[in-house]
Design a protein around this ligand. Structure first.
Ligand SMILES: NC(=O)c1ccc[n+]([C@@H]2O[C@H](COP(=O)([O-])OP(=O)(O)OC[C@H]3O[C@@H](n4cnc5c(N)ncnc54)[C@H](O)[C@@H]3O)[C@@H](O)[C@H]2O)c1
Length: 420
């Protein structure tokens, strides 16, 4: 997939730390890693880790006994730990995988970096903009690898799609349209009421940025990856439309992000209707790439018969004057385009209900790359910059919705990585 240095530099620089040649060199060694946070996503990572030849999961840490026990059942050879500081003080552990709720991503990451551990943290980067900046600064000042689980960056269909976009497949990129629709309340069963906030952390603002930091973060990253830039402004509206069950985070959001050159990301997420599923569409003046489905569509494939006839008549100079209006014009309804695959062979398309169980969505590849970095010490280019940028945009989107106004990207949170 990697296919040369020029390709990596232009499309996915982060892959250069885990090329097949470099992997061949490390195969005999194993990264000794620990998992912190063994809930649903953490347990998914355990399954992936057990299939990575150059990884050894030596410890699992969770402060909730039920989830610790469940995780140790999957990997009984790992040591069970309740306090993550015990993991950080173990000199035999090379790196940690953090899959705790958003509100403590930053504090655990900062502690782990200070302890000299390589870190793989789940998205999003942090609950607040100040925490994002603190983590970013700590990362640039320490010689450890830091990954964020933005798995689309390691997903073959996304990589190939972005490469084709950068090669001009759809002409000029003129906009982006992303959405994620589900029909589920996001609630988890709680064995006793005092555990409500601990288990249903996603629903409360103290712990979670809601739909933005849980879902949009992946999609905004992809838009910036395609644009090679970061939006400067955002407006949006967020509401609790259907799941009025005591939650604090929106169940319905609609936002527009604007790049300095006028291009826009239109973003929408709703969790009480799933008709539209999940899509990451990059729109060009010659076509559209739908990265989620791993396909592209060309405008020329969908020329309505009247238009095709008109163009033929102009080209062949069939008449002295050509009528440009009349019964051949059809209403501009959305019509079927011919899908062209971005990758050969069967691809596994996530129906949008959950990232868990989505095979080959890049989660296993990015974890493998992290374990490789634990052995080589090599940082992955741009992963932190991408995670920082998309998390900041999510937090700014929440701010725009909460304050009911357009929000500009604040100067004090701009980092050298960002181009506007
Ligand atoms: N990349 C993706 O596609 C993807 C998919 C799902 C979830 N996630 C992310 O994974 C993270 C976890 O989500 P989840 O659904 O697994 O949540 P979860 O609630 O199921 O699991 C979180 C676990 O962390 C534990 N925990 C909390 N604080 C801790 C601490 N200080 N020390 C040790 N353990 C601690 C909890 O007890 C719990 O077991 C979130 O950041 C979420 O956004 C990412």
């Amino acid at each position: 997939m990697a296919g040369g240095a020029a390709f990596l530099a232009s499309t996915a620089p982060w892959l250069s730390s885990c090329t097949p040649e470099k992997l061949a060199e490390v195969k005999k060694e194993k990264a000794r890693v620990a998992l912190i946070g063994s809930g649903s996503r953490g347990q998914y990572h355990i399954h992936n880790l057990m299939n990575i030849p150059h990884a050894e999961l030596v410890a699992i840490c969770d402060n909730y006994q039920v989830n610790l026990d469940a995780a140790l059942t999957i990997c009984p050879t790992a040591k069970g730990v309740k306090d993550y500081r015990e993991v950080l003080s173990d000199p035999t552990i090379d790196g940690v995988i953090i899959a705790t709720p958003l509100y403590n991503h930053a504090s655990i990451t900062l502690d782990a970096i200070s302890a000299g551990k390589h870190v793989f943290c789940e998205k999003s980067m942090a609950r607040t903009m100040d925490e994002c900046l603190a983590v970013y600064n700590s990362y640039v000042n320490h010689n450890v690898a830091l990954y964020y689980c933005m798995q689309r960056m390691y997903d073959e269909k996304y990589i190939k799609g972005i490469k084709q976009i950068k090669d001009g497949l759809i002409g000029d990129v003129v906009g982006m349209r992303c959405h994620w629709f589900r029909n589920a309340d996001w609630r988890r069963p709680v064995p006793s009421p005092e555990l409500e906030r601990q288990i249903n952390w996603r629903l409360y603002k103290e712990y979670s940025g809601g739909l933005m930091t849980e879902l949009a973060t992946h999609q905004l990253e992809v838009c910036n990856w395609a644009a090679g830039k970061i939006p400067t402004q955002v407006v949006g509206m967020g509401d609790i439309v259907y799941w009025k069950d005591g939650r604090e985070v929106y169940d319905s959001v609609s936002l527009t992000y604007r790049y300095a050159d006028g291009r826009k990301i239109n973003y929408e997420s709703l969790i009480s209707n799933k008709y539209n599923g999940m899509e990451d569409q990059i729109l060009g003046h010659n076509g559209t790439v739908d990265l989620t489905r791993g396909v592209y569509y060309l405008e020329e494939d969908n020329m309505i018969p009247g238009m095709r006839q008109l163009l033929d008549q102009i080209k062949t100079k069939a008449f002295a004057s050509i009528p440009t209006a009349g019964p051949s014009w059809k209403p501009e309804l959305k019509s079927d385009y011919v899908p062209h695959p971005l990758v050969s062979g069967g691809i596994s398309v996530n129906a949008g209900q959950s990232m868990i169980s989505a095979d080959h969505d890049g989660s296993d590849e990015i974890l493998s790359a992290f374990c490789q970095s634990c052995i080589t010490g090599e940082k992955a280019d741009d992963v932190v910059g991408e995670a920082y940028s998309s998390t900041m945009l999510c937090l700014l989107g929440n701010k725009a919705m909460e304050e009911g106004r357009m929000v500009e990207f604040p100067e004090e949170y701009k980092i050298p990585y960002m181009k506007f």
